[in-house]
Design a protein around this ligand. Structure first.
Ligand code: ZN
Length: 414
């Protein structure tokens, strides 16, 4: 086979990756079925699978079951499956004031996760080095059991130059700008390859990884908590944008005269519709007269005003609270509606606790579809099921995917 522009090495890696990805997504199957699904010759698959077995990445898993009453009495097919029991990946996901350090097996199971608290004022390098110490301990725990680390994933908030491993602005994660996160980590964790991604793109990639059976082709992924972040997926891949800052829907202007935003702009969507914007706006009017039901629900304590108590007050009918929440929903809905109309994606996935409140989610769908233009909206939109689970997994997944992508090979830094 001749493939223009690629050498045989590339083709081999691609074929190994295709076999691993298929087994990873669909579980055990026969060599014959792999060949059929990948449109490769049985002989080629036999060679690739033998090599993967030799590398300890695939194993034979018994004979295929012959259906009862089947006339197929020929030779039974041997099944093969992924065998990455001795491999693992670790990662750290930096948030506001804390980061999560996680360990995963190569099938996508979470082996461990722990949270490290930090002070944004303590300096980016100090925070990253402390996280590296947690990562090193996590790696040592697994290596002491004879396992091998395939790499380290790092997810960072804000504006991130992924190709250079630099966090340009962490939006309050730490104070410094242009922090060479990957280089600092590589210095403290030599011998392991490091994969850095902006956090919402990492979450979207993890969502695709978890749903690999569904082979989602295009998606808008929206996260709403401290701000509004988003990622776009086209052709099964997370889109980075021309300058690497693609899909910042939180910073679409919805009100030119609105509040200043941390991006330097004004009236961005997240100044109106993010969880903290909603909480902030309601705290400003909070009182026994303006928000009587919320006041009662929270016993007059401002520190009890959060999305949970706010949505309860909405459900009880607290009018001024409803007005603020509904405006947030409306603005978010108009942006999502415009994106659906423009991009015609397969899925819109909403991530964050706020979307799990029925009032918010149903109201949002109603506003997007106010004129019934999108009869398929219920199939299009969904929420991520376990918010914390996805947050925990989103960094090690970066290393796991890279490992499969290159056909089960590792490159080490030194
Ligand atoms: Zn902004």
């Amino acid at each position: 086979m001749v493939v223009r522009g690629k050498n045989m090495g590339d083709v081999k890696v691609e074929n190994r990756a295709a076999v691993l990805n298929l087994l990873q997504a669909q579980g055990r199957m026969s060599r014959k079925r792999i060949a059929a699904l990948l449109n490769l010759t049985p002989a080629a698959i036999t060679t690739i699978v033998s090599e993967l077995i030799e590398n300890g990445l695939v194993r034979e898993a018994g004979e295929a079951e012959v259906p009862y009453g089947s006339r197929n009495v020929g030779r039974r097919e041997i099944m093969v499956e992924i065998d990455c029991r001795d491999l693992f990946a670790v990662g750290v996901s930096f948030g506001l004031g804390s980061c999560v350090i996680s360990t995963m097996d190569l099938q996508g199971g979470l082996l461990a996760s722990e949270t490290m608290i930090f002070d944004a004022d303590s300096g980016a390098e100090n925070i990253i080095v402390r996280a590296c110490n947690f990562l090193r301990r996590s790696i040592q725990r697994q290596e002491s059991q004879g396992k091998t680390c395939v790499g380290i994933g790092i997810s960072v908030r804000g504006i991130v130059d992924e190709s250079h491993g630099v966090c340009i602005n962490s939006y309050g994660g730490w104070k410094e700008e242009n922090v060479p996160v990957a280089a600092i980590a590589a210095e403290h964790l030599s011998g392991y390859e490091i994969f850095l991604r902006q956090n919402v793109r990492a979450l979207a990639q993890t969502y695709l990884f978890e749903r690999r059976n569904e082979a989602i082709e295009s998606m808008i992924f929206i996260k709403n908590d401290t701000g509004i972040g988003s990622a776009l997926v086209f052709d099964h891949r997370v889109y980075n944008g021309h300058r690497g800052t693609g899909s910042e829907i939180g910073h679409i202007t919805v009100d030119r005269a609105g509040k200043p935003c941390r991006c330097g702009g004004r009236g961005c969507l997240e100044t109106v519709a993010s969880c903290i914007a909603i909480e902030r706006d309601i705290r400003q009017i909070y009182g026994p007269d303006a928000t009587p039901l919320l006041w009662e629900l929270t016993d007059g304590r401002l520190d009890q005003v959060n999305i949970g108590s706010i949505i309860s007050a909405v459900e009880y009918g607290d009018e001024q609270v409803i007005a603020i929440v509904d405006r947030a929903v409306r603005e978010l809905a108009m942006v999502i509606r415009s994106l659906i109309g423009t991009l015609d994606v397969q899925k819109v996935i909403l991530h964050g606790q706020i979307f799990h409140y029925q009032y918010f989610f149903e109201k949002l769908k109603g506003e997007i579809n106010f004129d019934q233009r999108y009869p398929f909206l219920n199939n299009l939109m969904d929420t991520t099921s376990h918010v914390q689970d996805l947050n925990n997994k989103c960094s090690p997944v970066l290393a796991i995917e890279a490992f499969y992508e290159r056909g089960g090979r590792m490159e080490r830094n030194s």
